[in-house]
Design a protein around this ligand. Structure first.
Ligand SMILES: Nc1ncnc2c1ncn2[C@@H]1O[C@H](COP(=O)(O)OP(=O)(O)O)[C@@H](O)[C@H]1O
Ligand SMILES: [Mg+2]
Length: 239
């Protein structure tokens, strides 16, 4: 069974008189263990799609089935529940709590889960911190970590609730090429549920040559909103 199945998904935004067709009817599915990249120019609808996949936003039309549940039929409470139990998020800007340790940041999502004792919370957090290779840094605060390390904490935090899928919106956007490669390689390793992260010693790689992209068939690509011609510089400068 697919983890994610979307069928003819559309999302329109009404801005004043104008309708922006951010997603124009896309269909694809994602299988367990798959690593999928969504590529497109700025404004082509990547974040719109991820927000819908993450149950942060609803489509205008079409079906979205996550782990067997059709999202269209759910109330906002049920959506929040799906979000908490099935989805891990990683953002471009890490979104860690400042002045809070690595361990506390990773334990945080489990604080809301009453089935975990303090001990179980600690052990589970330690397990995922080890999977991202940060067991030597558990008492560091966010400010004491590099960008790549902060993103590893964010990935551990996304993993700690055992989600069925991790969604990452431009997760390497703030990182240099080499660190971006390491973060992508980490995501790749994490597809195997029990695989410990092995430290990756790789020569400098171009992100564009990353070999794990799965290309979606042409017909299922995002429908880019028609690029607008840039306003003439004169007008921008108001002269
Ligand atoms: N909340 C919104 N209201 C109106 N238009 C939006 C909104 N969110 C996104 N859009 C528009 O939808 C299109 C896709 O945006 P987005 O998904 O952010 O693209 P990407 O992440 O690929 O850069 C853009 O034209 C953007 O202006
Ligand atoms: Mg975006």
């Amino acid at each position: 069974m697919s983890i994610i199945e979307i069928k003819n998904l559309k999302r329109d935004f009404q801005v004043g008189e104008e309708t922006v067709h951010a997603l124009r009817g896309i269909s694809f599915s994602i299988e367990p263990g798959e690593f999928v990249s969504i590529m497109g120019t700025s404004g082509s609808g990547k974040s719109t799609l991820l927000n819908i996949l993450g149950c942060l936003d609803s489509p205008t039309a079409g079906d979205y089935i996550i782990d067997g549940t059709n999202v269209a039929s759910l109330s906002s409470n049920e959506l929040a529940d799906i979000r908490n139990r099935k989805i891990g998020f990683v953002f471009q800007s890490y979104n860690l709590l400042p002045r809070t340790s690595v361990l506390e940041n990773v334990e945080l999502p489990l604080m809301y889960n009453k089935t975990y004792s303090a001990r179980q919370r600690h052990d589970k957090a330690m397990e995922v911190i080890q999977r991202v290779g940060l067991e030597q840094r558990i008492h560091h605060t966010s400010a004491q970590l590099s960008g790549g390390q902060q993103q590893r904490v964010a990935i551990a935090r996304a993993l700690v609730g055992d989600p069925v899928i991790i969604l990452a919106d431009e997760a390497t956007g703030n990182l240099d090429t080499r660190t971006s490669y390491e973060i992508m390689a980490l995501f790749h390793c994490l597809r195997h549920p029990r695989a410990r992260h092995r430290r990756i010693h790789q020569p400098h790689h171009q992100a564009a040559r990353w070999p794990y992209h799965r290309r979606l068939p042409r017909a299922t690509r995002l429908g880019p909103s028609r690029p607008r011609r840039p306003a003439p510089i004169r007008r921008l400068l108001n002269t």
